[in-house]
Structure formats: C-alpha cells, structure tokens
Ligand binder design. Structure first.
Ligand code: NIG
Ligand code: FE
Length: 419
C-alpha cells in the first residue's frame, strides 16, 4: 500500500473575508490565517493561533517541515468567486444587432423578426466542436482572471438534441481542461426553433420526451432551466419542462419576469426551484412565493444595463422577505456581453441598490447555494474546498468599487496554486 503524504499550505500575514453569514457582513478575520490540506480548508483562525492549530493537526510547521507557506503580504483572502449564470458556450456574436439596438430597435423586435437568440442558434449549430470550445475558453479565461473558481454554463443555443448535447459536452470539457469547477444547465426551452414555428407543442414534447431524458441519462446536466416570457415559453410550457426534470431527478431554475410579469417567480417557487433569475417585473406575490420556497433571486445587472432597462428588480422586497440574492454576469452575446464578474458586482450596487457585502455574498455564498454547492464552496470554512482569491485591496468593499482596472488577484483552485 502506498501512503500518500498530505500537502499542507499555510496562508499567513493577511486578512480574511470568510463570507460566513453572521453579525459581521463579510465574516472578517483581520490578521487571520488559513491551513489547507490536500485542497481542503483544514483550519481558519487568528494568526496568533497558528502554532496551536499546526500542533493539533500534527503538522511540522518549521522551516523545511511539512508546510508550504504563502505570505499574503497584507492582502485580503476571499472565497473564489462563483458565476452562477452564464451562456458562455456559443457560436458567433451579435455586434450587428447591438448596433441596430443603439439605432433604436428593441431586443423584443429583433427577436420577433427571427434575430436575437435564434441568430446565435444558427451560428452555434454551424460551429464545429473545437471552435465552440476555443471561443468558450477565451470567455471563461476572462472570468478566471477576475477570481472565478466556479462557473455555471447553460445550453440553449442548439435547440435540437445534437447541438444541445454538443454545447453541454463542451461545457463539461471546460471543467476537465481548466482548473475551474463547471456546473452545466440544460436550457433547451430557451426559444422556439424556426423549424417548429406553429408547432409549439411538438417542440415542448421534444424537450420533455427526447432532449431532457437523453441529457439526463448521459449525465450532461446538473440542472434544467427555461425562459418564461412572451417571446419564449409560457408558464404552462415551462411547467411541462419542470415536470420532466423532476421525473429525471434534476433540480430546476427559471429565467423569470425579465421583460414582463409572466408569473415566472411563482412558477419557480411552485417547483422548489434553486433560483429564479432576472426578476425585473416580479411582483409581491412572486417575492412571497420565493421566500416560502427558499428560491434564490439571481440578479443579472449586465442584462439590465445592456438592454437599457428601467424597471428595477424588487431588491428591497427580497431583502425584507428574506429571499437570498445572488449576482451573476449572464455572460451571453445578446443581452449581456459582460465578461467581468467584478463589474457585475459594481453594477449590482450602483444600478440595483445592493450593498457591497450583499453583492459579494451574491457571488460567493449565495451563488454556491444556487448551484447546490453550499457544502463545497462559497465561504472560507473548515471542510470546504480551498477555492481562494488573494486580492490587493484595502477593504472588501473595494471589490465592488472599481469599474475596470481590476485589483490584482492570485487564485487557488482547491488549494493547488494554478493561476
Ligand atoms: O439571460 N433571457 C434569456 N436568455 C438570455 C439572453 C440570451 C440571448 O439574448 O442570447 C439572458 O438574458
Ligand atoms: Fe440568461
């Protein structure tokens, strides 16, 4: 039997924003330290407690001993960032449509004229697997440069079995080729494909009876999402997709109430969804239903900004009803070409009124909950993966402050230094 020697990494001489929920908004430990063993957090505490912690763990902390020491040099250690809503695998771009929108056309007009999501569907169907993977790596690398250690990636630009599977396989490959943790979501109910015009019911059946079972059997998706909106699918159609997800044991999420109140938040809550996302038009009944169901509100300020929305998601109501809020980039070519998680944090504060500590919790602790990873990552706590960022900042709120000119960051994925 071979005995594998544990590897220990000791982080010292810095401050921790653990993001553990409690009285202190960032879970701060000034002059804190952290011991990671084999990629997991083994101990967290005040720097003054290091010697005792090492002795209790049976670790030789002396120079030349068992431990690699990382000098944080006064930097702030946070959990790795979690971008819990992206569409970063796709072919083509939508720059031409954006120019049309700047010229006055609306997102919905473009979609109804066969552009919008469907133009990305054409480009994605035409893209070879290597091309899809290469462009996704470039976009994901932008997120990783700003501290993302976990990302969710949706399908939804294939709308047929073959291309939906190609998108999800590409997303899974990102997680095996890069150090980042990837969670995938099937979004076959994103738009009605052109070949099913006037045959809506048949497309919904294709999703529920063919695409979803095949994806579930292949273990290609961790969750199922749908777009509940006038230009996409009705609440009844989305409910049929959710019923199928339930039959296959997959949790659900919903693009809800982005452009109108379509009852999306209530529907998500009724199915015990992990999250409802966008939510600009969600009313009081939707907020209350989400609170009762424990459904997280995922706010996407990039789409709000890029579509020039004026209707605000009900942040005060979420707060007072105790609905947890997450923040994500929604990185996609049509409504949110935002490849900067830190700018998403800034926008969540400036445009949507989140406090900086709420925004940061929304891209760490609460985002982990959305992905069903609350026990694995999202806070700096003993037993979780050592997904960590060391930022050159003076206080945690600074992560939500800059617009570009990102603070420099060093990243650890499960304890191994791979930035
Ligand atoms: O999250 N709302 C629907 N889906 C995406 C937009 C996708 C697109 O326009 O390509 C979103 O905003
Ligand atoms: Fe989206």
């Amino acid at each position: 039997m071979t005995r594998v020697t544990p590897t220990h990494t000791l982080f010292r001489n810095g401050h921790l924003a653990t993001m553990v929920a409690g009285a202190d908004p960032y879970g701060e430990i000034r002059h804190g330290a952290l011991l990671a063993t084999d990629g997991r957090i083994a101990w967290v505490g005040a720097d003054s407690g290091v010697a005792t912690a090492l002795a209790e763990a049976g670790v030789d902390g002396k120079r030349g001993g068992d431990v690699v020491e990382v000098d944080l040099r006064g930097r702030w250690l946070t959990p790795g960032l979690i971008d819990c809503h992206t569409h970063l695998v796709h072919g083509g771009d939508r720059v031409g449509e954006w120019e049309a929108r700047i010229g006055g056309a609306s997102y919905e007009e473009i979609a109804r004229a066969g552009g919008g999501i469907l133009s990305t569907v054409r480009a994605t169907r035409a893209a070879a697997a290597e091309e899809l993977f290469g462009s996704a790596v470039r976009r994901l690398s932008s997120l990783m440069r700003e501290g993302v250690t976990t990302v969710e990636v949706k399908s939804g630009y294939g709308l047929d079995l073959e291309t939906e599977v190609r998108m999800l396989t590409t997303a899974r490959k990102l997680g095996t080729e890069l150090p980042v943790r990837v969670r995938t979501t099937l979004l076959a109910a994103h738009a009605l494909p052109p070949e099913f015009v006037d045959r809506r019911g048949e497309y919904v059946s294709l999703v529920t009876d063919v695409i979803l079972p095949a994806v579930a059997d292949g273990g290609l998706a961790d969750a199922v999402d749908a777009f509940c909106e006038g230009i996409a699918f009705s609440a009844e159609e989305c409910a049929a997709v959710f019923d199928a997800a339930r039959r296959h044991g997959l949790p659900v999420r919903l693009h809800a109430d982005q452009l109108s109140d379509s009852g999306g938040a209530e529907l998500a809550a009724r199915f015990g969804a992990l999250s409802a996302d966008h939510l600009e038009y969600t009313g009081r009944a939707g907020v209350e239903a989400m609170a009762r169901a424990g459904t997280v509100a995922v706010l996407l300020p990039g789409a709000f900004y890029f579509l020039g929305e004026t209707r605000m998601p009900p942040v005060d109501e979420f707060r007072s009803a105790g609905v947890a809020m997450a923040v994500a980039t929604d990185l996609n070519p049509g409504s949110s070409p935002l490849a900067s998680p830190l700018l998403a944090l800034n926008m969540a504060c400036v445009l949507l009124g989140l406090r900086p500590e709420e925004a940061l919790a929304g891209m760490t602790r609460n985002a982990a909950g959305v992905l069903g990873l609350g026990a694995e990552t999202g806070t700096i706590e003993r037993g979780k993966a050592a997904d960590l960022c060391a930022w050159e900042i003076d206080r945690p709120a600074e992560l939500c402050y800059w617009m570009g000119g990102t603070p420099s960051v060093e990243v650890w994925y499960g304890g191994g230094r791979r930035d």
